[in-house]
Design a protein around this ligand. Structure first.
Ligand SMILES: Nc1ncnc2c1ncn2[C@@H]1O[C@H](COP(=O)(O)OP(=O)(O)OP(=O)(O)O)[C@@H](O)[C@H]1O
Ligand SMILES: [Mg+2]
Length: 291
């Protein structure tokens, strides 16, 4: 443990050297975003990363905030395998909350903390091109797979890397809302973890960090799993220990690593300055997903 405040700064030195000049994709979950003070600390952390020569790219979620507006508007909603079933009325609300409210809130806070954030949705310069996603339905062995239509839910098909590189090279911090668009102009709701993973792969990011509202991946006994590989993940899934929003999150970590990202971690966004602790201290926190 560092003994003085100076020791703490010195502890950060090798990590800063290691990450300097590299790109980090940070997914800021809607569930980690609930408290005002924490949002400002997150904004400070992201600004600090930029000032020490690291390129942060933020992708944000907004599940609870979308639920809240849907409830106020008396629009019913449901999830299948952690993915929101999205009809046209729901899509309208999703886009309003993500692009109108939350994206601009994060941009405002980062800017107040000294960073130069720019809010984008997948529609800006075709940042996130998407195709409609269908979920395979679990069926008995040897029967043909059946697909479930969950509406206007998309899967990223391409990322406009040029736009992101242009912004980061100019010193800007992109803040991306997970809304995509297809060739015909149809708007899609995309799980923010999925967008973060696609962006991390497209940018060849050093690391993908997902901030959520749990300490990391928890086993059936409720204990934190510090390192999680593919086979243990499959086993936990089979036993039903992983559900809801953790399902797409783990898929995204794996696809980021398989796509060339050097690391993927799920950390507790409710811990003040979780991002700095994960990146710049010897202990890190949360769950590291490994291939
Ligand atoms: N084994 C597990 N360990 C930890 N969390 C789990 C597990 N299985 C399911 N979960 C759930 O996954 C949730 C995190 O995913 P969720 O989609 O709700 O949040 P998020 O992705 O951070 O936010 P948003 O979807 O708004 O961006 C946790 O709050 C927890 O309820
Ligand atoms: Mg989620």
């Amino acid at each position: 443990m560092p003994e003085t405040r100076a020791d703490l700064l010195v502890e950060a030195l090798p990590y800063i050297k290691n990450y300097r000049g590299s790109t980090l994709v940070i997914k800021y979950g809607g569930h980690a975003m609930v408290e005002e003070g924490l949002r400002d600390r997150f904004a400070q952390d992201v600004s600090l990363l930029r000032f020490v020569g690291i390129n942060p790219v933020v992708v944000h979620g907004g599940g609870p905030q979308i639920d809240e507006l849907l409830n106020r508007l008396k629009i019913d909603f449901r999830f299948v395998d952690g993915q929101r079933v999205t009809d046209e009325a729901t899509m309208e609300v999703v886009e309003m909350v993500l692009c109108g409210r939350l994206g601009k809130d994060i941009v405002g806070r980062i800017t107040r903390a000294g960073g130069q954030a720019v809010g984008l949705s997948g529609k800006d310069a075709g940042l996130i091109r998407a195709v409609r996603k269908r979920l395979p339905k679990a069926r008995e062995e040897n029967s043909p797979p059946e697909m479930i239509d969950i509406g206007l839910v998309g899967q990223p098909s391409s990322v406009n890397v040029g736009l992101l590189n242009h912004l980061t090279a100019g010193g800007f911090i992109p803040v991306i809302a997970p809304v995509g668009v297809d060739e015909a102009g149809v708007t899609y709701n995309i799980n923010a973890d999925t967008v973060a993973s696609a962006v991390a792969v497209a940018l060849s990011a050093s690391k993908l960090i997902l901030l959520t509202d749990v300490p990391g991946v928890l086993g059936d006994d409720g204990a934190l799993i510090e390192r999680l590989g593919e086979s243990q993940m499959a086993e936990l899934r089979r036993r039903g220990a992983i559900s809801g929003g953790m399902l797409p999150k783990l898929d995204c970590c794996l696809s980021a690593i398989k796509g060339g990202c050097r690391g993927a971690s799920i950390i507790d966004g409710r811990v003040p300055h979780a991002l700095l602790l994960e990146l710049f201290t010897d202990h890190g926190c949360g769950t590291e997903v490994v291939a």
